[in-house]
Every structure is written in C-alpha cells, then in structure tokens.
Write a protein that binds this ligand. Structure first.
Ligand code: PDD
Length: 277
C-alpha cells in the first residue's frame, strides 16, 4: 500500500516518526475520515474545508492548499488502484520537536493519509443498532476534529462492553452527539438534532442530512433534545462517514418505539444511497 506522507507518496512501511512527535505525545493535531465508494470520494470538499477549519482553530499551518490536498488525495486513490468501498484517514499534527507543552517554532506539521478498505455495514443499516447513554465529559471545542479522543474512546468502549454500537452523549440532560457520530430524533414527522455549536462536531453527513430533508420536505429543526425525549421518540438515527444513516432501535436496553427502523429513517437512508452513488 502507498500512503501520502507530507506531500509525497511512499510505501506505508517506510513512514516512521521520532518518538518526540506532538501527535503521539500531546494528541496535538487534527484529522479527517473520508468515505470512498467504488473508488470515489464522497463529500471530499466538505471534509477538506473542515480540516482547514480544525487546523486553523488550533493554529497548525497545513503544508498545502485546499486544491493541492484535493488532488493529492485523488492521486492516492490512483497510486493504490482503489476501486472498492473504503475510507481515507488523514491527520496533521504540530510536528516533531523536543517535548515542551508550548508550540515549537519553525517546525513543519506532520501529515499523512492512507486508504483502508471498509465495506458498507449492510446488516446494521438494515436492522438498526443499539446504543447506551453516557455523560459527555469532553471539552468545550468539540467542533474541532482533534486527535484528543480519550473521552470518545472510553465512551465507545463502554458501549461495546455492553454489546452496543454507540454511546449517546449528554451534557446535563441535553443530548449532544455520539462518540463518533451525530444523532437525530424523529417526533411527529419532524427531525431534531443538536444545533451546530462548539459542543458537537459539525458532521459532513449531518450537513447532507439537513439538505436531504429540504428536498424531501421533512421538517428539520436544529433544536436539542433530552435523554428523556429519547424514551418517547418515534425514531432515532445517527450519521457519520463510516456509519452513513444508521437506525438506532434500542437505547439502554429499551426499544425505540416498536424497536424497528422507522419510515423517516428509511427515507433518509434511501436518499443517502442515491446521493453517494
Ligand atoms: N467520526 N461526531 C463525532 C464525535 C465524530 O467523531 C464524527 C465522525 C461525527 C460525524 O462526522 P462526519 O459525518 O463528518 O463523518 C460526528 C469519524 C468517522 C471517526 O472518528 O472515525
């Protein structure tokens, strides 16, 4: 496999980092996960825009323009003869320097990107998944797609130990998002999701979901809902680049409505599939 390292291509075994690397020691960096269907990117410009927003928010200078990285990522597909479903993982850190909390000076960012096969989760997309609720213990800048994922990792692990797919996070009683996806509640034919504040990641799929509801004439409200609201929801679904539009049919052991993926969720899934192809 060929990977992108800085702005060059190399074999993945040839990439090494000094152990004094700021991504490794401080989680001092940002990343993106971008979906690939049949060897083509889905929502690539949206992900590149967010990468630049995240990097700017923590003052990392990226060593390329948006146009450059767009074409480098396309070259990466070609270099790997990628023609199936997968993802590209891209990260940019503040670089390699002797350990010191304050930023190093004149140190270039470290960037790499690689491709991985990832089939669509057909079984879960068809039948829905279960989730747990968990306190959201993250910081106040969750709109930055930062490498600091410890609370997310712990929440996801807790879900997995309980046999669940995701952890639905809440600050006080307000549901924010999930450990690695955004979440939506359907009530009386309308869709609700947490507003795009600093407390959630502004998902690229979330942005498309909002646009789909416009096309489908489904009322969409960027209004937060509570953990209690989930118990009375008609439908619940989540979204991300790896999960697509995923029905959530059970929360904390209780079925959501009749415990089957709902009609509006199905419409969103169908629209997603058309959009991604
Ligand atoms: N996660 N919220 C969080 C906390 C996320 O980590 C993600 C994505 C999303 C959905 O964003 P998008 O629609 O742009 O994929 C929401 C990726 C897939 C990950 O960390 O693997």
């Amino acid at each position: 496999p060929i990977i992108l390292s800085q702005t060059h291509f190399t074999h993945r075994d040839d990439l090494t980092y000094p152990f004094e690397e700021r991504g490794l020691q401080f989680g001092d960096g940002v990343y993106e996960v971008i979906r690939i269907y049949d060897g083509s990117y889905y929502l690539l410009p949206e992900h590149i825009d967010r990468l630049f927003r995240s990097a700017e928010a923590i003052k990392i200078d990226l060593p390329f323009s948006k146009e450059d990285i767009n074409s480098l990522l396309h070259d990466l597909l070609e270099q790997n003869d990628m023609s199936s479903d997968g993802i590209v993982y891209l990260q940019a850190t503040r670089g390699s320097a002797p350990r010191n909390h304050a930023f190093p000076t004149d140190t270039p960012a470290n960037v790499y990107a690689y491709i991985r096969d990832m089939p669509r989760k057909i079984d879960q997309l068809t039948n829905g998944v279960s989730a747990i609720t968990q306190r959201d213990t993250r910081w106040e800048n969750c709109y930055i797609k930062s490498l600091n994922l410890l609370p997310n990792v712990i929440a996801k692990q807790e879900a997995q130990v309980k046999g669940c797919y995701e952890a639905i996070l809440h600050r006080d009683v307000i549901v924010t998002e999930c450990s690695s996806s955004n979440i939506y509640l359907v009530q009386d034919g309308s869709i609700y999701t947490h507003p795009a504040t600093n407390n959630i990641l502004h998902g690229c799929v979330r942005m498309r979901v909002e646009q789909f509801t416009d096309d489908l004439n489904i009322p969409f409200f960027e209004e937060s809902f509570s953990v209690e609201d989930i118990r009375n929801a008609d439908e619940l679904f989540l979204s991300s680049s790896t999960s697509e539009v995923m029905p959530v049919v059970k929360v904390d052991g209780n079925p959501v409505a009749d415990g089957k993926p709902g009609n509006i969720t199905r419409q969103m899934q169908e629209t997603y599939e058309k959009d991604a192809n």
